[in-house]
Design a protein around this ligand. Structure first.
Ligand code: NDP
Length: 337
């Protein structure tokens, strides 16, 4: 059994030395337990937060403990009445080959799921995050302008496509020409802008001639700075993530813009709300499944994955994800089907 543990806490961007690969025997399931073998491991931006011991909504990973993560697994041996060898399950086994479970938290994926790994993306946590943040907090209405960054990742791509289904004008923000082209040509966004362009703020203003009614916040930083002056009266800002700052060790240089932010919120009566998907919306998962499964089956929502081969590559995969080197939802193929 191989597993990646947290060897040291990163200062700034994580580096290979923050992770350590350990090997041990495959554990034996006891009475009431199942032995799970990881087939797919999800890599997600929140993992950077768990590597740090700063206070957050979830406790940090302890040094020497396995890195956490959502997984799609197969049951190898079962001493549990609800599971049989061969079953596919959604689990939270972390960065390792094998894990024991007493069944709590496992979700069965049916006999023969056609795309098992999608349970980690568009049909799982990131898709659910996009759905609830946009529909419950963003409250999109036809004709409104929606801006979303990290536009080709699993959250942003889903947000923009749901926005189109609701009749919004959707402007994506992504890193690079290829991602922007994909957002328009495949995802159906009205426009997509490269946040690295020197005149990004002017381009955004031009792309949003009626201002911005919903800004789905995934990244923060310079993108938010460009969005702020364009927000309309009564705009909504679901605060989902701030990935541009996850590796930051201090506040960005420059003038204090808090008064500008607070003044804009006040004068334009803007509603900004943070949320943590599992904690705030776990009880509404059925609504999400009811809508999203048919949308995906009918081709109304497109989904792109980036597969990384082998558990050994997981640390580099996370390092790259935080720098925007991914294109689509990052999953690691840990074992064969
Ligand atoms: P993505 O696959 O979209 O990966 C993150 C992307 O962020 C990168 O690919 C990159 O895209 C973009 N990015 C990174 N650095 C910067 C930067 N400096 N400026 C602008 N963009 C940058 O991740 P997810 O779809 O999984 O997650 C998107 C967001 O949602 C994250 O902030 C995540 O933390 C948050 N989240 C929040 C949840 C919640 O419960 N609140 C649950 C799940 C996710 P590009 O190259 O296009 O810029």
């Amino acid at each position: 059994n191989r597993r990646w543990v947290l060897a040291s806490r990163p200062e700034g961007a994580p580096v290979a030395g923050n992770f350590r690969l350990e090997r041990g025997p495959v554990p034996e399931p006891g009475q009431g337990e199942v032995l799970l073998r990881t087939v797919w491991l999800s890599l997600d931006p929140y993992m950077r937060g768990r590597m740090s011991d700063a206070p957050s909504y979830a406790p940090p990973v302890q040094l020497g403990e396995p890195m956490p993560g959502g997984t799609v697994c197969r049951v190898v041996t079962s001493h549990h009445p609800d599971y049989q060898a061969g079953d596919w399950v959604l689990s939270y086994s972390g960065w390792q080959d094998y894990q024991l479970s007493d069944g709590s938290g496992l979700v069965g994926l049916g006999d023969n799921p056609s795309h098992p790994s999608w349970a980690l993306g568009v049909l799982g946590m990131p898709g659910f995050t996009a759905y609830m943040g946009l529909l419950d907090i963003g409250q999109p209405k036809a004709g409104e302008t929606l801006v979303v960054a990290a536009a080709t990742g699993p959250v942003g791509a889903t947000v923009g496509q749901i926005g189109k289904l609701k009749g919004c004008r959707v402007v994506g923000v992504a890193g690079g020409e290829e991602k922007c082209r994909y957002a328009v040509e495949t995802l159906g966004f009205d426009q997509c802008l490269d946040h690295r362009a020197p005149d990004f703020a002017e381009q955004l203003a031009k792309a949003c001639p009626q201002g911005i009614d919903i800004y789905y916040e995934n990244v923060g930083g310079k993108v938010f700075d460009a969005v702020l002056p364009l927000l309309n009266t009564s705009a909504r800002v679901p605060v989902c993530g701030l990935v541009s700052g996850y590796n930051a060790t201090q506040l960005p240089p420059g003038p204090d813009r808090l008064a500008l932010l607070m003044g804009t919120i006040l004068k334009k009566r803007i509603r900004m709300q943070g949320f943590i998907i599992g904690q705030d919306y776990g009880h509404r998962i059925d609504e999400f499944r009811r809508d999203m499964i048919p949308w995906v089956q009918q081709g109304k929502i497109h989904y792109r994955e980036m597969v990384i081969e082998g558990l050994e590559q997981a640390p580099q995969g996370l390092i790259d994800l935080l720098e925007g080197k991914n294109f689509g939802k990052v999953v690691v193929r840990v074992g064969a089907d």
